[in-house]
Design a binder for this molecule. Structure first.
Ligand code: FES
Ligand SMILES: [Fe+2]
Length: 369
């Protein structure tokens, strides 16, 4: 995969390489929120990819998503009442079922048009899986395709989600993604006795392969014994785990670490709110006993960890505002190259109306971290 040894000039990241500059890829599933954040009979507003989305859970427990702007005059429907069956717009009282069908227009006499049955609110496909709620965002003005790609899934090793933390990064999705996937910042950004120390840096060799088409456009770091500088893992899972990590577009990283005794799965997903704001979700699953205690220990740690990434990304964003020339080195930055390459391929495939092809091939990458 991309293993030609470059000349010095090719280290420089040309504009076109970074040129997907925050484009919010559509026709894809995006992480919206954990199931636990949506109570039965309640609804709330989220902005995803600049789209106003009303997320709700009906009286039977089924989650749904409507465009949050009323089709009458654009009022936010999420500001109105929801009785567990119908959402009522707070401006003129139009009522909508959870499937978008309008059921009442209070101002209309029976012979006036439109009648409630003539109008619908737009819905978004929603999938609730493994205690996560995903929303499918179609291309602007395009119909939702008849078959949707699979919803990202963690290996079924632990019954339930154990912990969800999220944080907003004030940057575009690409900078959030590459900031999180970068393999060479650990010893500097996450410096801690539990995780990484600068003097623990050593050479690593990792085998990678493209994801099968059925799992989307992405790659996998093949199963390997976790680095000896990951003390946190050893303490948590009671031994040196084997780890496998996958990345897939638009922005989902799934990690599965296992020892003969226990499993840990981490799902990291970035969802653009707007072109310049991105919500980063980190979801953790484990089957180590003592979940409530572990949760209270892990929550502040996970929060601190992601905040370290956020601050690192913000420092990069501040520097990038001066439009400096930058470079991508081998092999530590190769995954960043792949991310941009796959994203360009996804955009090209959408523009040309053809299926996306994964251009990557198996390769071993080496770096020191
Ligand atoms: S704006 Fe919603 S009913 Fe008028
Ligand atoms: Fe990090």
């Amino acid at each position: 995969m991309d293993d030609t040894r470059p000349t010095l000039a090719s280290y420089t990241a040309p504009d076109e390489q970074l040129g997907v500059g925050g484009v919010m890829l559509r026709d894809a599933w995006y992480y919206a929120l954990p199931s636990s954040a949506l109570q039965r009979g309640h609804h709330l507003h989220k902005t995803l990819l600049g789209e106003p989305v009303l997320l709700g859970r009906d009286a039977d427990g089924k989650a749904f998503a409507l465009r949050d702007t009323c089709i009458h005059r654009g009022t936010l429907l999420s500001k109105g009442r929801f009785d567990g069956r119908e959402v009522e717009c707070p401006y003129h009282g139009w009522k909508f079922r959870t499937d978008g069908q309008c059921t009442l227009i209070p101002s209309q006499s029976p012979d006036q048009r439109p009648r409630p049955q003539d109008v619908r609110a737009q819905t978004f496909p929603l999938a609730e899986h493994q205690d996560n709620i995903w929303i499918y965002i179609p291309r602007t003005g395009a119909a939702v395709p008849a078959t949707l790609p699979p919803v990202p899934e963690v290996p079924a090793v632990a019954d339930r989600q154990q912990l969800h933390v999220s944080m907003i990064f004030d940057c575009n999705i690409d900078l959030a993604v590459i900031g999180l996937m970068d393999p060479a910042h650990g010893a500097f950004v996450h410096r801690s006795s539990l995780w990484r120390k600068e003097d623990s840096i050593h050479e690593k060799h990792k085998a990678f392969s493209p994801l099968p088409e059925s799992e989307g456009l992405g790659w996998r770091m093949d199963r390997h014994t976790a680095s000896r500088n990951s003390r946190a893992y050893r303490i948590f899972l009671g031994g040196a785990p084997e780890t496998e990590i996958s990345y897939r577009l638009p922005a989902v990283r799934i990690e599965h670490a296992r020892t003969p005794k226990y499993n840990y799965c981490g799902l990291t997903a970035c969802t653009p709110i707007t072109p310049e704001r991105t919500e980063v979700h980190h979801v953790m699953y484990w089957d180590v006993p003592g979940a409530p205690l572990l949760r209270s220990i892990m929550r502040p740690l996970a929060h601190r960890f992601i905040d370290q990434d956020r601050r690192a990304v913000m420092m990069m964003v501040e520097g990038m505002s001066f439009h400096p020339p930058t470079m991508l080195v081998q092999d530590a930055d190769t995954q960043t190259r792949w991310y941009y390459r796959l994203k360009r391929e996804a955009l090209a495939a959408q523009t040309k109306g053809r299926p996306a092809r994964n251009p990557l091939a198996p390769v071993t990458l080496s770096w020191r971290s």
